[in-house]
Design a protein around this ligand. Structure first.
Ligand code: ZN
Length: 285
C-alpha cells in the first residue's frame, strides 16, 4: 500500500494511492495515518479494503507529510562512505545520530524556506523509515518487523549552522521547512526492505546527487536496532537514514540553494518531491 495524507496544511485527511495512481480518501475508515493505522493490525485492516470502493480525491490536491503527529524525527549522518569523504569526515564506526525538530516537517512539494541569515542551505535526498510498533532494545534480526514502511525524505541542511557554529548538528537540521516527507509511505510488505533503490536529486533540472540504497554503511535493520538501544522507538516515529554523495557542500566550488531555485528528488518505488526555494523575507518580511 501507498499511504498518504491529502488536503491543506494542518487539515490533512488520510488516504492512499491506488494501483491506478489515483488518490483515494480513507476518512471514513480511519481518523488519520498515525500510530494506530501504522501498527501491524492497522495495516492489515487497511490492506483488506478495495481501493476502488473509496472516494477519489481530485487530482492536484496538496499532499502533506504522510505520517500524522510524528513523535520523533531522528536522522543518521554520514551513512554513505563517499558522502563522508566529500564532507571531509571519517567513515563512522557507529551510526552518527542527530534529531530534526518535528516543527520542520512539511509536505513533499511545499516551499523550502532559506532561514534568516543563512548562506549555506544545502540538499540531501534520503530514504526514510516509519516505525509501526514499539521498538526497545530490539535485536537486528527482529528490527524489520518494527518498520511500517519506507518514505522519501529531503533532509534540508544549513551547513554553517550545522558545522561552523559549535556543538551538535541539530542547529542546521531542524529549521522551518527543512523536513519535506512523502509523497507516500510504501508499506514494508511491498518494499523488499528498501534494497537496491536508486536515489537522485536535481537542482534547476541539473542532476546533483545519484546513489542507491545498496551503498548505505548501516542498513535499516541495523539502524532501528541500534537506535532502540538508546531510545524507545514509537509507532509514527520517522528515521531518515543518510544521503549519498553530491551535496552542495561537497562540490568544488561549493554550491548552495538560493531563492528561486527548484529542487526535485526521488527514490525508486517511493515517488518524487518538488520544492520551490523561497527567502525568509518573502514569507515573514
Ligand atoms: Zn542527512
Amino acid at each position: 500500500m501507498k499511504l498518504l495524507r491529502h488536503g491543506p496544511a494542518g487539515q490533512e485527511k488520510p488516504g492512499l494511492m491506488a494501483p491506478d495512481g489515483t488518490i483515494r480518501d480513507l476518512s471514513a475508515e480511519i481518523a488519520d495515518i498515525g500510530a494506530e493505522a501504522l501498527s501491524p493490525q492497522g495495516l492489515a485492516r487497511l490492506a483488506a479494503i478495495d481501493p476502488a470502493t473509496l472516494p477519489e480525491v481530485s487530482a492536484g490536491t496538496r499532499i502533506g507529510c504522510p505520517v500524522a503527529n510524528v513523535g520523533k524525527f531522528i536522522a543518521i549522518g554520514l551513512n554513505f562512505s563517499d558522502h563522508a569523504a566529500e564532507s571531509n569526515l571519517p567513515v563512522p564506526a557507529e551510526p552518527v545520530v542527530f534529531t530534526k525538530a518535528i516543527s520542520c516537517i512539511q509536505g513533499p512539494n511545499d516551499d523550502v524556506m532559506i532561514p534568516k541569515g543563512s548562506v549555506k542551505t544545502d540538499w540531501e535526498v534520503e530514504l526514510g523509515v516509519v516505525i509501526g510498533s514499539v521498538a526497545r532494545n530490539v535485536p537486528e534480526d527482529e528490527a524489520l518487523a518494527h518498520i511500517a514502511g519506507y518514505v522519501l525524505i529531503h533532509d534540508v541542511s544549513e551547513r554553517e549552522f550545522q558545522i561552523e557554529r559549535g556543538g551538535t548538528w541539530d542547529k542546521g537540521k531542524g529549521c522551518d521547512t527543512f523536513g519535506p516527507i512523502g509523497p507516500f509511505i510504501l508499506t514494508s510488505d511491498e518494499a523488499d526492505e528498501a534494497k537496491s533503490l536508486g536515489m537522485w536529486l536535481d537542482v534547476n533540472g541539473v542532476r546533483k546527487q545519484t546513489g542507491t540504497t545498496d551503498t548505505m554503511i548501516f542498513n535499516c535493520a541495523h539502524i532501528v536496532s541500534y537506535l532502540s538501544r538508546f531510545m524507545t522507538l514509537m509507532p509514527g516515529d520517522v528515521i531518515t537514514t543518510g544521503t549519498p554523495p553530491g551535496v552542495g557542500m561537497g562540490k568544488k566550488p561549493q554550491e548552495f540553494l538560493k531563492a528561486g531555485d527548484v529542487v526535485e528528488l526521488g527514490i525508486d518505488k517511493l515517488g518524487t518531491q518538488r520544492q520551490r526555494v523561497v527567502s525568509y523575507e518573502s514569507v515573514y518580511g
